[in-house]
Design a protein around this ligand. Sequence first.
Ligand SMILES: [Zn+2]
Length: 96
Amino acid sequence: MLLSIVNQIMNLRCNRCNKEYQTSIPNITVKYIEEFGEYENLPIQCPHCGVIEIFNMNLPINDTDEPFATGDLPLEEEIQRYYVRLLMRYVREDLK
Ligand SMILES: [Zn+2]
């Protein structure tokens, strides 16, 4: 889970081993895949247990495009989506 991004450093908590770790935003460009009609997802590997977490780079760009604080999502999830959007702006070819 993505907890925050500060100065292009991502703070994450592993979904499997539950440990927190930091990593720089990868210097890659996420491309649009015609075949699937969406952007590639971004994999980040936990340095502790090696599990790979996949981040969906296809959220609506603006949070106004989807209901906010509906209570449907836990607060942690809302926060994660906020930072995933930020991440999308660093890596997606159309947003860079
Ligand atoms: Zn882990």
